[in-house]
Design a protein around this ligand. Structure first.
Ligand SMILES: Cc1ncc(COP(=O)(O)O)c(C=O)c1O
Length: 445
């Protein structure tokens, strides 16, 4: 085992020469070399050749246990047969028509049957589009201009959503009244006037009541993907009560949790029903998708406004995505046992890792629920976005390098997933790799 950081970087370069060549080309073609900032890696990203089940191979032939799963897309692993069959069948008869087709009916019926709050569903192309659409719908249905979101929650990268996604010490402001911090240059100041950032404490309820006249809705991730932090059920229930009493709509962003933690996502797990829910990732079966689910009444009110409510999209609901999506939803509806199996495996992974760190006095821990998990460089389990501050950033970055040395692939930000195709042996191998990675970091201290 190599412990010196520069030696590890060199070892990773030695293992991935072809990726290195593509990286050099990419930097001259794409800003920053990456098509999504979330794909960053040191010394450079690995370029993927193929995936199958729980595994992924880079173009240099290295095989990894995939713990990225395309940022949560592949709940069944890479290339599930029923989805591939649907894809091949649809390819033969057309990829995009720009016209209605019968798959729309099957797909939306399956979505609505699975999601407790859904009477109607609208389909778009990404999770980002789904929250943009949901927020427009909420504004139209209430005739109010603002949306509140919680500090630390990610709802995609559009101008209305990318505010205070991380709690950063320099910009975050007071705990009870977080500052609004933009997540990118180029977000217009005007967008700021349509967003209110809420803290994860009782002051959120006071702010909602105070701003009820201008708030169309409140958005929340019931499990925060950034940190894999599960929001307390009592907090969600209180949020439901306060929003209902204040005539403010409640939006659960289930782009990650929907069809991953349970068929009905966090709504099913918590019993708390939002007015609107957004989806993405899993429901496309591997192709790009987003969806908004809500009540008939809400859409009815939005459509009766003076300007009328509308949305569009050349590829929205295209037959390829809805074929693979319908095949995925059908499989999940007929195989609900995968959710209890993934819950058990996730608890085993977290208990195994956290118990071992505690026994050895290592300042690391793992959060998450079911098949969603994240390793942190701190001894105490973080609960809120602000608890993520003050970690040993150097240790986190080094840990990422050790993951790859130990043949597990995780996104740079460490938020991680496994799938129903990860066997108990794969979970044990992940645990072994994570322990070896922590030992590698500790040996360098
Ligand atoms: C909760 C949540 N909402 C929205 C999005 C944006 O989805 P997309 O990346 O498909 O645009 C994400 C993406 O990770 C997400 O986790």
């Amino acid at each position: 085992m190599v412990f010196d950081k520069e030696a590890i970087l060199q070892e990773l370069r030695n293992r991935t020469p072809k990726s290195g060549e593509y990286w050099e080309q990419s930097k001259g073609l794409v800003p920053g070399g990456l098509m999504s900032g979330a794909r960053k890696m040191e010394p450079y990203p690995v370029y993927i050749e193929r995936g199958n089940g729980a595994y992924i191979w880079d173009i240099d032939g290295n095989r990894y246990i995939d713990c990225a799963m395309s940022f949560g897309v592949h709940v069944l692993g890479h290339g599930p047969q029923p989805v591939l069959d649907a894809l091949h069948e649809q390819c033969e008869i057309g990829m995009s028509y720009g016209m209605p087709h019968t798959r729309e009916v099957e797909f939306t019926r399956r979505l609505i049957d699975s999601v407790p709050c859904a009477e109607l569903a609208m389909v778009c192309n990404t999770g980002t589009e789904s929250t943009m659409l949901a927020w427009r719908l909420m504004r139209a249905a209430t005739n109010k201009p603002m949306i509140a979101k919680f500090e630390g929650c990610y709802h995609g990268w559009h101008d209305y959503a990318q505010w205070s996604v991380f709690a950063e010490p320099e910009t975050m402001g007071p705990e009870d009244r977080p500052n609004m911090a933009p997540g990118s240059a180029g977000i217009p100041d005007g967008a700021k006037n349509t967003v209110l950032v809420l803290p994860f404490n009782d002051n959120a309820f006071r702010l909602i009541e105070e701003h009820a006249n201008e708030l169309a809705g409140v958005a929340i991730e019931p499990v925060l993907g950034g940190g894999m932090l599960t929001v307390d059920n009592a907090f969600l229930q209180k949020l439901r009560e306060v929003t209902r009493e204040s005539d403010v709509l409640l939006h659960f962003d289930e782009v990650i949790t929907g069809f991953r933690l349970a068929l009905g996502g966090c709504q099913e797990l918590t019993g708390v029903l939002p007015d609107v829910a957004t989806y993405g990732k899993i429901i496309g079966g591997g192709l790009p998708i987003g969806a908004v689910a809500c009540s008939q009444e809400m859409v009815g009110i939005a459509q009766k406004t003076d300007d009328g409510f509308s949305a569009a999209g050349t590829f929205s609901g295209n037959p390829l995505t809805l074929s693979t999506g319908a095949a995925m939803l059908k499989y999940l509806q007929e195989n609900r046992q995968i959710y209890t199996e993934m819950m058990t495996k996730g608890d085993y992974l977290r208990d195994g890792f956290n118990g071992w760190c505690q026994e050895n006095g290592y300042p690391f821990c793992m959060t998450g629920i079911g098949s969603m998990f994240q390793i942190h460089a701190k001894a105490d389990l973080p609960v809120l976005a602000r608890d993520l501050i003050g970690q040993d950033e150097e240790a986190l970055a080094e840990l990422q390098l050790h993951f790859r040395l130990n043949n597990v692939l995780l996104p740079w930000m460490h938020l991680a997933f496994f799938s129903a195709s990860h066997s108990q042996q794969d979970i044990d191998d992940m645990l072994t790799a994570f322990k070896a990675s922590v030992e590698g970091v500790m040996a360098n201290k």
